[in-house]
Design a protein around this ligand. Structure first.
Ligand code: FE
Length: 202
């Protein structure tokens, strides 16, 4: 699905805002360029690798759950200027779904840009009201006994899901496991599957 292009008036507004912030010395042009470059570099493979490592390494898993920001930094990702990263551990009885009800808060440093549906008003409102219906539309049907917890990403805290390791992946390497984890799994709208490698094409 194609991402919606920004409207010309949004671009003009953003340029005015950036110019005003630079003129007042709040940020420099160089800082904006650096931030943009790091956002462009980031992609869901980072989050996928963090998950794969957690499936293999209990110590890493403990760090990831305790302090997602420190875990990302340990992977070489600069988290400076980013809100803290929280990691939500799925279990046999609890599934997590992430939404930003207000706008589009998203852990971009480790997942990249959010998909357009994440920013849609339909997802933002329905993920909270009827999470199971939303999950079903992504092809995810959870057993009745599984509780769905919906978490709101905000300007203060960004969330990522640590899904359950799929059955049939015993003995797999970190690279093989990383290849199973997609952006959607990290948001919680769908679940990784040992039979399905993720296409990383942008
Ligand atoms: Fe937001």
């Amino acid at each position: 699905m194609a991402t919606q292009d920004p409207r010309p008036e949004s671009i003009a507004l953003l340029e005015k805002l950036a110019a005003a912030l630079i003129a007042r010395g709040v940020v420099t042009e160089e800082q904006i360029a650096q931030k943009q470059a790091s956002a462009d570099r980031s992609n869901p493979e980072t989050g996928a690798r963090m998950v794969a490592r957690a499936w293999i390494d209990p110590e890493w898993r403990a760090l990831l759950l305790r302090d997602g920001t420190a875990a990302a930094e340990a992977m070489g990702i600069s988290m400076r200027g980013n809100p803290p990263l929280g990691v939500l551990e799925d279990t046999e009885t609890v599934h997590h779904l992430v939404v930003c009800t207000l706008c589009s808060c998203y852990p971009r440093a480790i997942i990249g840009y959010p998909p357009h549906w994440y920013k849609s008003s339909a997802y933002r409102s329905r993920a909270v009201r009827e999470p199971r219906a939303v999950l079903a539309e992504f092809g995810t049907v959870l057993p009745a006994g599984v509780q769905v917890r919906v978490l709101d990403s905000t300007a203060d805290y960004r969330w990522m899901v640590l899904p359950l390791r799929p059955a049939g992946t015993e003995g797999w390497s970190e690279d093989e496991l990383t290849a199973l984890v997609s952006r959607d799994h990290l948001v919680g709208v769908s679940l990784p599957d040992a039979q399905r490698k993720v296409s990383r094409a942008a």
